[in-house]
Design a protein around this ligand. Structure first.
Ligand code: KG4
Ligand code: ZN
Length: 356
């Protein structure tokens, strides 16, 4: 079985083809990602109208490349999956419409994939993980702890009450006039700085509920930066290092609370998984690795190319759904908001196989 996956929810236009054999053996046959970073860099963040237009201009070419890299023609695939949200609705509509058109033209089934579910299931593409596992999903728009019990079956244990982690990295970078996107810039600066120079707060640390709060930490960084301005190169590096150290502590402490909440809910996770764009951060991954060891669990973080937004994760989520007969029709709509636990409620009623 070969599935085309299309991703256009944010600032990457991406398409990929993933195959799976009857034995379960699977392969990424192509994975084309076109980043719009240059188009948004001047604004220090993603501009929805610019993103939607750039997706329109690139989508055909990126899908054509996904086919040619895999040495396949549209008639060679068995299904089409496209991200239907959550995300910037103008962009989502571009990928969703392209996916539906290819499904119609080839007569193949269509799967409207939840972008968060695709991040959540990536660890099964890369590491063949068994359910259930504990997932820390950290990206530019999301910061959540989830128990992944099955395809379409997610229990949200906690989430951020204000900013997402990636968003905090992006805002700190903008404040310190570091290049966009902020996460990699802050991590690069942090590597040169002193993580102990500034004692930033660790919001929510020690609380039993596995929720997150990042806006107070961001404000603390801004207040110190304003107090010691003008900033030298060392100051910027030390601010980044101290900020990142606080984020690592918070991620570790909150994930520890998530693990406890997961076990209290009667779920014994096989693995700790970190996914989403922020999973590219090596300091966060090292911290979580130590937590996993402490908890006696293996940890899985996808390789860099599969951490950020990509088409392979959409194709894989499509394969997971298709195998359970969970397909959609042409009525599937673009959804700017689409929480994963809502997906669970929906798939429980649609598909009794996924009842926990
Ligand atoms: O999953 P993703 O590609 O897009 C969303 O769905 O949001 O995540 C992008 C986010 C951005 O906020 C970016 O700054 C952050 O992930 N990010 C990082 C790193 N690389 C990307 N954050 C911290 N450290 C990094 N190395
Ligand atoms: Zn994402």
């Amino acid at each position: 079985m070969r599935v085309l996956g299309i991703e256009t929810t944010c600032d990457e236009t991406a398409a990929a083809i993933v195959s799976i054999e009857r034995s379960g053996e699977h392969k990424i046959l192509s994975n084309e990602v076109l980043s719009q970073i240059a188009a948004h860099a001047a604004y220090g963040g993603v501009v929805p109208e610019i993103a939607a237009r750039a997706h329109v201009e690139a989508i055909d070419r990126i899908i054509a490349r996904a086919f040619s890299d895999a040495g396949l023609k549209p008639g060679d695939i068995d299904a089409v999956a496209a991200a239907a949200g959550p995300g910037l609705v103008g962009g989502v509509m571009v990928g969703l419409t392209a996916g539906k058109a290819i499904a119609l033209a080839t007569g193949r089934p269509f799967i409207a994939v939840n972008h968060l579910e695709a991040h959540a299931l990536t660890a099964r593409l890369t590491d063949d993980l068994a359910f259930p596992y504990l997932l820390l999903l950290v990206s530019g728009g999301h910061t959540q702890l989830l128990a992944v019990r099955g395809v379409g079956d997610y229990l949200k244990l906690g989430g951020t009450i204000d900013d997402a982690v990636g968003e905090a990295f992006d805002k700190i970078a903008k404040m310190l006039t570091l290049p966009y996107p902020g996460g990699p810039s802050v991590e690069r600066e942090a590597a040169k700085g002193d993580p102990e120079r500034f004692d930033f707060p660790r919001p929510m640390q020690g609380r039993p509920n596995p929720d997150f709060s990042l806006s107070g930490l961001k404000t603390a960084v801004r207040l110190v930066a304003e107090r010691i301005a003008p900033l030298s190169e060392n100051d910027v590096a030390d601010l980044c290092a101290s900020f990142q150290a606080a984020v690592v502590d918070v991620m570790v402490d909150r994930t520890r609370a998530g693990l406890r909440a997961c076990r209290e809910a009667g779920i014994a996770p096989s693995t700790l998984v970190v996914a989403g764009g922020v999973a590219a951060n090596q300091a966060i991954c090292r911290g979580l690795g130590r937590l996993a060891t402490e908890a006696g669990l293996p940890m899985v973080a996808p390789p860099l190319v599969l951490c950020g937004d990509n088409g392979a994760m959409i194709a894989w989520a499509g394969i997971e759904r298709l195998r359970l007969g969970m397909v959609d029709d042409m009525g599937a709509v673009a959804r700017p908001r689409w929480p994963l636990d809502e997906l669970s409620a929906q798939s429980r009623s649609d598909n009794p196989k996924t009842v926990a």
